[in-house]
Design a protein around this ligand. Structure first.
Ligand code: 0X9
Ligand code: CA
Ligand code: CA
Ligand code: CA
Ligand code: ZN
Length: 422
């Protein structure tokens, strides 16, 4: 696999560089444990995966029995002391640099050379404007609010007679809440393209646009997404860019939502952690914007949103709530509700070939968007972890040639959700 080759190349390059610094041939060098290592951890129960997530490491992805993490030598040692099998796969920084073409980049603030097919934040805004101009009757472009650094968070509505709030099931798609998950922004832009350019020619698209009100937020975390491609290489950034009092930066937006925020040891209180929940529920402006939008769709006491997907990467999973508990039936979830969420989740996974499970089966989280959408608003909601199924650094940065096949792959699943809405 390309992934393995890249990992090896990065690890070898690192050893050689260290050897040069030491003035010795690479062969004389003992393997050096990187400051930030990329590791695979064997964790074959949800409890073990949750304890990995809680250990302070940066969880890149988890699927089956393997959790991929970035860890310091001390963190890796603590995981080993806890009895877990931990395998070093490479130097995270070196792998990021290698994936970014060794620092060479295209002009301006674009993605690294070779990946220009991805949309920057500015390109995303321009694309939405062009789409709205080309399809004025079936689109309405606005913003749900501003990021910490003041960027608009655009939302586009797609429906027949889009300027009018009609009595049709409303469906929300959100993407790129985690900065480095750029493939998801492309997923949302693909939805926008498909449901506008296909209107009037593709019968499925036409029917769904006529009978639904589709809302798409392509980049929930614009500051993080911009930061992640700054400085000449991919940064591996996850959180937003809000400063913390201790000098670190960033809140994990997907731990900052108001429903049972911080309830269940499914997020960190440490500002440096990649899953830092923030100082208080909805302390992040990006989270407040999403929550305010969901609140705004309660019309006459009735929530108009009837379905939602929050796109993430990677692991190829369809996840349904709750994430804060392993219970199926619990406060805010009846057996009937659970069965329906599971049934539609399994139908969508059968369509795109992902694996379907309750989100807590992956690991416990609290304050994520899906628990909020269901817990606070009773909106049937899913987390899609997109391509690839595994992959270390490449997991977040698949080549731009993968955009078209991996976004169209979810068309059938998206249609299932839209048909079942309401
Ligand atoms: O941890 C997350 O926020 C999501 N995974 S990611 O690797 N994209 O960061 C998964 C959230 C789903 N909820 C639970 N697993 N409980
Ligand atoms: Ca390319
Ligand atoms: Ca309409
Ligand atoms: Ca409506
Ligand atoms: Zn994510």
């Amino acid at each position: 696999m390309l992934t393995k080759r890249r990992v090896l190349a990065a690890a070898t390059g690192m050893a050689a560089a260290l050897a040069l610094v030491a003035g010795q041939p690479a062969t004389a060098q003992q393997p050096t444990v990187p400051d930030q290592g990329f590791y695979q951890v064997h964790a074959d129960t949800a409890a073990a995966r949750t304890s990995v997530a809680r250990s302070g490491v940066d969880v890149l992805g988890a699927r089956g029995d393997t959790v991929e993490v970035v860890a310091s030598p001390a963190q890796a040692g603590r995981l080993r002391d806890a009895g877990l099998a931990v395998t070093l796969r490479g130097d995270w920084r070196a792998m990021l640099a290698e994936r970014s073409g060794g620092g060479s980049r295209s002009a301006g603030a674009d993605f690294p050379a070779g990946d220009e097919g991805y949309h920057t934040y500015d390109e995303m805004v321009a694309t939405l404007r062009a789409t709205a101009a080309a399809h004025p009757d079936i689109t309405a472009l606005s913003s749900i609010g501003r990021s910490y650094e003041g960027r608009d968070i655009p939302i586009i509505k797609i429906s027949d007679d889009a300027a009018t709030d009609e009595d049709e099931p409303e469906v929300l798609f959100t993407c790129n809440i985690h900065a480095r998950e750029h493939l998801t922004a492309e997923m949302c832009l693909h939805l926008v393209d498909r449901f506008t350019s296909g209107y009037g020619s593709d019968p499925t698209v036409t029917d769904l646009v006529d009978s639904r009100e589709i809302y798409v937020v392509p980049i929930v975390n614009p500051d993080g997404a911009v930061y992640d491609i700054s400085g000449g290489q991919y940064q591996g950034w996850r959180k937003n860019r809000q400063p913390n009092p201790d000098g670190t930066v960033g809140t994990d937006l997907n731990r900052n939502f108001s429903y049972l925020w911080g309830c269940c040891d499914g997020s960190s209180t440490s500002p440096a952690a990649e899953d830092y929940r923030g100082p208080s529920a909805a302390s992040a402006p990006e989270v407040r914007a999403v929550q305010a939008f969901a609140d705004s769709r309660v019309v006459g006491g009735v929530q108009q949103l009837k379905a939602h997907i929050d796109f993430h990467s990677f692991a190829e999973l369809v996840l349904w709530p709750f994430g804060h508990t392993h219970d199926t039936v619990t406060d805010g979830m009846t057996q009937e509700e659970y069965d329906r969420l599971k049934s539609i989740g399994e139908q969508m996974a059968a369509s795109n070939g992902y694996t379907a499970e309750q989100s807590s089966t992956l690991y416990i989280t609290d304050g994520d968007m899906n628990d909020y959408m269901w817990g606070a608003h009773k909106v049937p909601t899913y987390c899609f972890e997109m391509y690839p199924s595994e992959g270390g650094i490449d997991g977040f940065y698949p080549p731009d040639e993968d955009i078209a096949p991996q976004t169209t792959r979810d068309d059938g699943a998206v249609d299932i959700l839209l048909r079942n809405a309401g």
